[in-house]
Design a protein. Structure first.
Length: 415
């Protein structure tokens, strides 16, 4: 069976499943109004989303997005511009502003009353919008209006509500107002504006693509003016997100390069890395080492290697978490030599008494007890070639106590 290009393209046609235009317009118009049930559902959805953000629960936030009716007036704005219905546009804008105001007021009151004021990850995720959020809103808006205009709606609209996430940014903006953090309010409300503009734009584009009938035939001069306003609003909305998106990419690139630099260029003989801190915004790398003192020459050598990873402008700070000086290392080595000499001497003295020994170890220690003061102690371990009777082992232990002039001694004789 042949399958031509025409057959393939036929699969993408929308006409077969397209809903009646009047039915689609009526459906969108019914979602624009915020009165009675719609208004109470909005308030409850805001409270659910605020609770989810407060306890950092993604599942609760998703539930709030599923019941939120905020998409109605936004799609109404796009439809009104697409079919040149000024009355519907005014109605959509009025209800959009009212819904946003109610949402902000509800979330602000909630966070003022809530005893939990910590900004969790779900809150922080709504404060740094970027160009990717623009793409999500636009593609989500396309899916939303296509599903609304189709007889096969399926579960597209709930998915669009989750993807475009209109509710959480408004709740985060309310958190910013309640806690007096302007950065939270500005970032979250900007994300809400991005979603609004690009869902409405997607609706407008799809309505014209599907050739919805005009409510009133547009005047050419006025239509040109409206198009210019639409593109200006779109441009003003997208420009900050492009900058923020670039910043995120740049920060990620810096962090990856800094990680590679730390992995390959910070090994110092006699030292080990205790802690690393990379701040992509401040362009700084802070390394904390433990071990031998790190010299200024070693630090300078590390700084020179930054250029090979494209982060030569980064501020590299090297800290010493703890250090083992040469003097301390020498003292420790001398103590080990003395302990070995004493063990060898005692081994020889016991062999002179007729004991056949394999090896011996001896070391000073501190005897620690939870209810008594610490006392100095000796730990002695002796391995013999043959099993010794218990009285003989005791005689050796008594001799060691006298030999070492020690009140406390722990002796182990094997086998």
């Amino acid at each position: 069976m042949k399958y031509s290009l025409a057959d393939l393209l036929d699969n993408f046609k929308l006409k077969a499943h397209r809903e009646n235009f009047r039915s689609v317009i009526k459906t969108i118009e019914s979602g624009v109004q915020f009165r009675g049930t719609n208004l109470w559902v909005l308030v409850f959805a805001i409270l659910i989303a605020s609770l989810g953000l407060n306890v950092n629960s993604p599942a609760v936030i998703i539930g709030a997005m599923l019941v939120s009716p905020l998409m109605g007036p936004i799609m109404g704005m796009g439809l009104a511009m697409g079919i040149n219905d000024l009355q519907l546009l005014r109605k959509s804008l009025t209800n959009y502003a009212f819904a946003a105001g109610v949402s902000l007021a509800t979330s602000t009151l909630f966070f003022l009353a809530s005893p939990i004021n910590e900004a969790h990850s779900e809150l922080l995720a709504r404060t740094t919008p970027n160009v990717y959020d623009v793409l999500i809103a636009f593609v989500g808006g396309l899916a939303g209006i296509l599903a609304t205009a189709s007889k096969l709606k399926g579960n597209v609209l709930p998915g669009v509500a989750i993807a475009t996430a209109l509710m959480p940014p408004l709740c985060t903006a309310g958190y910013g107002i309640a806690t007096g953090q302007g950065r939270f309010f500005a970032g979250a409300f900007y994300l809400f504006i991005i979603n609004t503009v690009f869902i409405a734009l997607a609706t407008l584009v799809t309505v014209r693509f599907m050739r919805f009938p005009y409510r009133e035939q547009p005047d050419p001069d006025r239509a040109l003016k409206v198009r210019r306003i639409i593109w200006l609003v779109t441009l003003l909305t997208i420009l900050p997100s492009v900058y923020l998106g670039y910043q995120i990419v740049d920060d990620t690139r810096f962090k990856n390069r800094a990680e590679r630099f730390i992995e390959f260029e910070t090994a110092i003989p006699g030292d080990f890395l205790l802690k690393k801190s990379i701040d992509s915004r401040e362009r700084s790398i802070v390394l904390t080492f433990g071990g031998k003192p790190i010299t200024s020459a070693q630090i300078a050598d590390m700084r020179r290697k930054l250029a090979a990873y494209g982060i030569e402008t980064a501020r590299l700070e090297v800290k010493q978490g703890f250090e083992v000086s040469d003097e301390k290392a020498t003292s420790a080595a001398q103590a080990r030599i003395a302990d070995r000499a004493l063990a060898a001497q005692i081994l020889g003295e016991l062999q002179a008494q007729g004991f056949t020994l394999e090896n011996a170890s001896i070391a000073p220690a501190i005897l620690v007890s939870p209810d008594k003061a610490d006392v100095e102690n000796w730990v002695v371990s002796i391995e013999t070639r043959e099993r010794l009777p218990a009285p003989v082992k005791q005689r050796i232990a008594d001799w060691l106590k006298v030999r070492l002039k020690a009140e406390h001694i722990s002796v182990q004789i094997l086998p």
